[in-house]
Design a protein around this ligand. Structure first.
Ligand code: HEM
Length: 450
């Protein structure tokens, strides 16, 4: 950071290595985006990455990340990528900014804080038990898809306690996948291409339209229903803005449901899939985790009180989420701001990279190694500097579903590992694909009964 402070102006921030005229860093971003990001450790913690003619200033240092996400957050908005996604996803928490975002965030947090944690554990256990009951010994399971179905099922039941009919559920499943998987491609392709009759665009827009349609119908159906519903939708409908006292319109509720579906499924299911991948690659860690699960659960389903006692399981999850975290949290300056001593004018695209921060050897010894016990030592999160461990972001855009995700992930890992041992399918080499949180291209595994 000291090095950047001496630079002062944006023009003196170094460009990442390997830039070529006109294309900038597009070849590296195209061929090996995550390895490229993980390799960037600029002196001073900020580096310029050119995506064609657009420059993005990338933050890889914890102090600067903390400034951008927390102390200077008031001068940063959402930026170009979210502008592209707004027409599709609407104005939910993920895409909105400024006063609209703050108001909606207060309301959603108020609703989420009223969800009883033990109730969420019970829903997670029910769905995890149901999932493993369908597996047969020696069967190939697409773990990435199974985990997506699991977290989607949990989220849908948390939002619609009496369930949704199977047509709506199938539509939500299909469209959520298409819209979240295609978001990155939509965000980086120029607007002029949207109108072209090419199938990926048409498929994307059609899926988003169908998702909006189904969610609108479910909200409307709820408005016409009698009785008490003990779920997130009724909380969201009833919650008032703590300052103005106003309730949310149905359109806004629909946009927030879209935001929850987008953010609440991909990241948690990818993290779960990576957990089974890492456990399969580290048999010693898998043995310890199974031993802990056997001791704590003793063969019965997980209860809410068990979660805190699954300490090694939580360390495994912490380590997975450190290694497989968001490549980029995107922002744009809405006012001139000084970050890391550099004066940044209004309208500049910034990106904070948890992925790069979490692989910084100054913060984590042998950062590419999977070492769950690092969370027992001085490296453990409480002693890390601000901005050093940010898998859920930070500041006024920090993930609102972190507790929700932590519960369902702990339950899922404990439930699967109490009964099954997952072995990688030898015919597939898993690749990390860039997404909001990197996801596996596919993760076939063989389920072996313990
Ligand atoms: C392992 C699981 C998860 C990870 C790693 C994760 C990560 C993140 C991160 C990094 C952000 C901040 C994005 C930014 O600063 O631009 C975020 C925001 C958000 N997350 Fe999560 N998330 C997870 C699960 C969930 C779940 C389960 C839900 C909902 C049930 C959820 C809902 C949201 C929402 C609505 C936001 C937007 C917050 C705002 O902009 O105010 N997330 N998440």
């Amino acid at each position: 950071m000291a090095a950047l402070a001496s630079l002062g102006s944006l023009g003196s921030v170094p460009a990442a290595p390997g830039r070529i005229p006109l294309a900038g860093h597009v070849p590296q971003l195209w061929r090996r985006p995550l390895a490229f990001l993980g390799s960037l450790r600029p002196k001073g913690g900020m580096v310029r990455v050119d995506v064609g003619t657009v420059s993005v200033y990338l933050v890889t240092d914890p102090d600067l990340a903390h400034e951008a996400l927390v102390t200077k957050a008031a001068s940063l908005g959402r930026g170009r990528v979210y502008e592209r996604l707004r027409p599709v996803l609407g104005l939910g928490l993920v895409t909105s900014e400024g006063e609209v975002h703050q108001r909606q965030r207060r309301r959603l947090l108020a609703a989420l804080h009223r969800v009883p944690p033990a109730g969420h554990t019970a829903i997670s256990v029910h769905h995890a038990e149901e999932l493993i009951a369908t597996w047969r010994p020696g069967e190939m399971v697409r773990v990435d898809e199974a985990m997506f179905d699991l977290v989607l099922g949990i989220l849908l039941q948390a939002v619609f306690s009496r369930g949704v009919d199977r047509f709506a559920a199938a539509e939500i499943r299909y469209s959520t996948r298409v819209v979240s998987k295609g978001a990155l491609a939509r965000a980086i392709t120029p607007r002029v291409l949207d109108r072209l009759p090419v199938s990926p665009h048409q498929r994307y827009d059609a899926a988003a339209a169908r998702l909006r349609f189904v969610l609108d119908a479910l909200v409307e159906e709820r408005r016409g229903s009698e009785g008490d519903f003990d779920d997130l939708l009724s909380l969201v409908m009833s919650v008032r803005d703590p300052e103005s006292g106003a309730a949310m319109s149905d359109d806004r509720i629909r946009d927030e449901l879209m935001a929850l579906l987008m953010s609440g499924t991909e990241a948690a299911s990818a993290t779960l899939a990576w957990t089974f991948h890492e456990l399969a690659r580290h048999p010693e860690a898998a043995d310890r985790l199974r031993a802990e699960v056997d001791t704590v659960l003793g063969g019965r389903p997980c209860a809410h009180e068990d979660l805190a006692r699954l300490e090694y399981t939580q360390r495994v999850l912490n380590e997975v989420i450190r290694l497989h975290s968001a490549p980029l949290l995107l922002r744009r300056t809405t006012a001139p701001v000084k970050i890391g001593g550099v004066h940044i004018p209004e309208g500049i695209e910034l990106a904070i990279s948890p992925y790069a921060v979490h692989r910084n050897p100054r913060l984590f010894r042998f950062p590419d190694r999977f070492t769950p016990d690092r969370w027992l030592t001085a490296e453990g999160s409480r002693l890390l500097p601000h901005g050093a461990f940010i898998p859920f972001g930070d500041g006024d855009r920090r993930c609102i579903g972190d507790a929700f995700a932590w519960t369902e992930m702990t339950v899922a890992v404990a439930t699967v590992c109490s009964r099954w041992r997952m072995r990688p399918a030898y015919w597939h080499t898993v690749r990390e694909v860039p997404a909001a949180v990197p996801r596996p291209d596919a993760m076939p595994m063989i389920a072996e009964r313990r």
